[in-house]
Write a protein that binds this ligand. Structure first.
Ligand code: C5P
Length: 291
């Protein structure tokens, strides 16, 4: 197994919570339950949050890192994931449900990078180990699905084709994506997901073929730009840096750009960082890491 399985630090266990990208995202239909049927290719980056855990009598969470202040500790998805797993495991008579959790929050919040979902999925994987449940990921899947539309994809942390709300998943051969140099740029505006979907014009622009994500679209870009026009500036700036692709991720506001090599990506980072006070991170697409 691999680095997504996490490691054993001096203090306890740790698990990566990689940032999620939607390489393309086609919205097809508004459903009666208020959600939208979509087709998307999920991919993950080497950049992300880290979640650590030590044994504890009670369930506690402390958060550090550049975006710690933006995380609500009360209704945090990490704690909801932990409680949901404890409830499922206690049904089976297995555990007490305590843990001292520590989150290093580097992924911006409400940014289209699935940060909260990544943290929740990491909590499921981590506590599955700390509590010695050792369930296969597929057994964690129903809990992940209840926590949010992106949490199932984050549970597997590999390139996947998602349909339905994004929770029906099929593995995609990710040789085409693994290791690709990526630049992530966020103009510093938080964009809640619900209102962006709500602002979609309900025009079905056609299906997404999982292998043809480069030719695809993000149908949420237009409504997101309407709510936060600065996103269009980010996309224009990235397109001007020689990227092979520049696109918004999820419901925004983070946009990503893919480059032919690391040097081109790093030059782009310098250009963007030199001109604007935007959040920007140079990273690479993560290789398949579970199974
Ligand atoms: O599932 P999650 O809580 O992450 O979704 C946040 C919001 O995004 C939902 O309440 C819904 O308004 C919107 N959404 C949607 N269709 C999806 C996924 C999310 O309308 N496929």
């Amino acid at each position: 197994m691999s680095n997504s399985e996490g490691g054993l630090s001096e203090d306890g266990l740790s698990e990566d919570a990689p940032a999620k990208l939607n390489l393309a995202l086609h919205v097809r239909r508004r459903r009666d339950d208020g959600y939208h049927d979509l087709e998307t290719v999920f991919a993950f980056t080497d950049f992300g949050d880290t979640l650590m855990a030590r044994p504890g009598d009670r369930l506690t969470l402390d958060v550090v890192g550049p975006f710690a202040g933006a995380v609500g500790a009360g209704d945090n998805l990490v704690l909801r994931a932990a409680r949901a797993l404890a409830a499922a495991a206690v049904d089976g008579g297995a555990i007490g449900g305590g843990a001292a959790l520590h989150l290093d929050k580097r992924i911006p919040v409400a940014a289209g990078l699935g940060g909260g979902s990544a943290d929740a999925a990491a909590a499921l994987r981590l506590l599955n180990r700390l509590w010695c449940l050792d369930w296969p990921l597929d057994r964690l899947l129903p809990i992940a699905t209840d926590l949010g539309a992106d949490v199932p994809a984050c549970l597997y942390n590999r390139t996947m084709f998602g349909t339905g709300r994004g929770e029906r998943l099929q593995a995609v051969i990710d040789e085409a994506t693994a290791g690709l140099p990526v630049l992530l740029v966020n103009p510093g505006v938080a964009v809640p997901t619900g209102p962006v979907f709500e602002a979609w014009d309900r025009l079905d622009r056609g299906p997404l073929h999982p292998d043809l994500w480069r030719d695809g679209r993000n149908d949420l870009a237009m409504p997101a730009v309407r709510l936060q026009p600065v996103i269009a500036e980010v996309l224009d700036a990235l397109s001007a840096t020689g990227a092979t692709l520049a696109r918004m991720s999820g419901s925004g506001a983070t946009c990503f750009a893919i480059y032919s090599d690391d040097a081109a990506r790093d030059r782009a980072l310098d250009e963007i960082a030199g001109r604007r006070r935007w959040w920007a991170v140079a990273t690479a697409m993560r290789a398949a890491s579970t199974e």
